[in-house]
Design a protein around this ligand. Structure first.
Ligand code: 5RP
Length: 218
């Protein structure tokens, strides 16, 4: 089974969690794209979706799924998204696709966050995947210096501008043993919009695509 088949299996398993007649929060990335494609097959039983990126919004619309502004809806029962790394407490690192801020906003609103991933994403300690931090452009050097003080090696993601008009620093060399604490510390740095740690709002369910099928963690 390829990694892409594992992602697809996890994404398709998430459809069973989608309640009827609701607006669905939709993430960003290759695994989320599989979920969007699966959602298209049941689009008659949902009202539509809220997207965490312009790319996901475009894919949803290409399937004829209505896309709502988050401010226009009262409640969001479910959010489905991938991850770059996730641990056994369902704390995740996200933002490999530079959509972390909108992803974090949609996850904060959602009543249930379902993470979908292939088996390579499950780790004991977060940090091997460089931690993305979205930064206001004029604060880039200041934030980078502060991230060094926290023990990381920030690298500017060249040529990437987020949907919010900001830049990304990818922080290498972190062993993230206290994800919730580090998430808060990085967010306190002036100029940081948010960072890719999803610990203070962790996933509620992980659907992990593996060679032997989709495993569910809660
Ligand atoms: C985008 C994300 C994605 O969820 C993360 O990068 C995983 O991507 P993929 O499903 O392509 O492996 O956080 O900002």
């Amino acid at each position: 089974m390829t990694l892409d088949e594992m992602k697809r299996a996890a994404a398709r398993a998430a459809v069973a969690f989608v309640p009827d007649n609701c607006v669905v929060g939709v993430g960003t990335g290759s695994t989320a794209n599989h979920f969007i494609d699966a959602l298209a097959e049941i689009k008659g039983r949902i009202e539509g979706a809220v997207a965490s990126s312009e790319a996901s919004a475009a894919r949803l619309k290409s399937h004829g799924i209505p896309v709502f502004d988050l401010n226009a809806i009262d409640r969001l029962p479910i959010y489905v998204d991938g991850a770059d790394e996730i641990n056994h407490y369902l704390h995740a690192v996200k933002g490999g696709g530079a959509a972390l801020t909108r992803e974090k906003i949609v996850a904060a609103v959602a009543e249930q966050f379902i993470c979908i991933a292939d088996e390579t994403k499950l780790v004991d300690v977060l940090g091997k995947f460089p931690l993305p931090v979205e930064v206001i452009p004029m604060a880039r050097s200041h934030v980078a210096r502060q991230l060094v003080l926290l023990g990381g090696r920030p690298a500017y993601r060249e040529g990437v501008v987020t949907d919010n008009g900001n830049v990304i620093l990818d922080v290498h060399g972190l062993q993230i043993t206290e994800p919730g604490k580090l998430e808060g510390e990085i967010n306190q740095i002036v100029g940081v919009v948010t960072n890719g740690l999803f610990a203070q709002r962790r996933a509620d369910v992980l659907l992990l695509g593996t060679a032997s099928g989709v495993q569910t963690f809660r």
